[in-house]
Design a protein around this ligand. Structure first.
Ligand SMILES: [Fe+2]
Length: 123
């Protein structure tokens, strides 16, 4: 879902889409990431994840950076490719480090202690 949207944005940039259309897609990604963070943090709380505070600070920092990048894009201080590159790089690093550690923690729990997952794609 996340990489699909980043791919859509990349194609829009390559196709020369106007700034307003690209900005709306960037904001769509921002809202998707915000939703993802909230869902992930709920799982951390419910599973009593011991690194929750550190991970949450990383989420907050990320949201602040995304807002800053989008503002600079709106003001013409950054081009669309710079914003897209930041989003892709950040997302890959976060998944391969922080989210991976949380995934390993969940795998270590007995089934009886796993929080309930909501599959949004099935809704
Ligand atoms: Fe995360």
């Amino acid at each position: 879902m996340y990489f699909d949207l980043l791919s859509v944005i990349s194609v829009a940039i390559d196709d020369g889409a106007d700034k307003e259309r690209i900005l709306r897609r960037f904001k769509e990604f921002e809202k998707l990431i915000h939703f993802h963070f909230m869902s992930e943090e709920n799982l951390m709380i419910e599973s009593k994840y011991n690194d929750f505070n550190h991970h949450q600070r990383h989420h907050i920092s990320c949201m602040d950076m995304i807002k800053s990048y989008l503002k600079d894009y709106e003001l013409g201080k950054l081009n669309s490719m710079s914003v897209l590159t930041f989003l892709c790089d950040w997302f890959l690093v976060h998944i391969s480090s922080h989210d991976k550690r949380f995934g390993e923690y969940l795998k270590s729990l007995p089934i009886s202690e796993l929080p309930v997952l909501v599959n949004m794609e099935a809704a």
